[in-house]
Design a protein around this ligand. Sequence first.
Ligand code: SF4
Length: 221
Amino acid sequence: MQRNRELAIRIINILRIATKHMPEPASAVIGQKFGNDPYLILISCLLSLRARDAATIPVSLALFKHAKTPAQMLRLSQAQLERIIHSIGFYRNKSQLLHSVSHDLISRFGGKVPDNYEDLISIKGVGPKTAYLVLAEAFGQQALYVDIHVHRVSNRLGLISTTTVEQTQQELEKIVPREYWSAYSRLIVVWGQNICGPISPFCSKCPLFDLCKRVGVTRSR
Ligand code: SF4
């Protein structure tokens, strides 16, 4: 355990430098552009489900020209909403989700995004990854959010050995020191998007190569 804690900190320090010039994840882009507005970060996160950041960012920006609050979102009809976000996958389901989440925020939370996990997760359509991401990126809390990148890369590195995202969350929370939770998630997401992709990771140019067990990697570049 101690060895893996030290390894996690080394990985974070290396990735802080290595990711400096890489594109930021959608949540960070939206956060910087809109002053870490929790509602806009939440909405962009819901749009990003099963979509790439390259698709999420322009659709989010287009949507926020029409609606930046739950009340404004509800003033858009489903048809209008679908037209605005149609270039993203699952746009019909997502437009319904944006309406239902906005409605929930108004009816239960006075139109504000709650700043705690229990309330966030109680909103229909908000899962653990989205809840933790909002806590980290919008409210500046230490939160470990686990998406497919964090799950895959953490296992390849050999930091953990898990089969589900839920297990990954539990194991990483034991290994990664709390003060690094948000940084670890953000850095590993960027690494998974740019270097340690699902099919053929760029191991030959990876500064983590000497630390990485490359678990399950059969093909690399
Ligand atoms: S060495 Fe390869 S498998 Fe390990 S983190 Fe780097 S890219 Fe991923």
